[in-house]
Design a protein. Structure first.
Length: 61
C-alpha cells in the first residue's frame, strides 16, 4: 500500500511533529496558566451536560 520511502517519511514526520508540539507546549505553559485559569470548570460543566443528556435519553427511551 505504501512504499518503504513513504513509510519512513511518515514515521520521521510524526516524530518531528510530536517533538515540535511538545516543545511549543512547554514554552507556552506559563502563558496558559496565566490566561486560562478556571477553564477546568468549563470542561466539567460540558462533561456534566453531556452526561445529563445521555442520562435523560436512557431514562426516557
Amino acid at each position: 500500500m505504501f512504499s518503504t520511502g513513504q513509510l519512513i517519511f511518515g514515521i520521521l514526520f510524526f516524530i518531528a511533529f510530536a517533538i515540535v508540539i511538545g516543545f511549543q507546549y512547554r514554552k507556552d505553559l506559563l502563558l496558559h496558566k496565566k490566561y486560562y485559569k478556571g477553564t477546568i470548570w468549563v470542561l466539567i460543566a460540558f462533561i456534566g451536560f453531556i452526561g445529563m443528556i445521555a442520562a435523560i435519553k436512557f431514562v426516557f427511551m
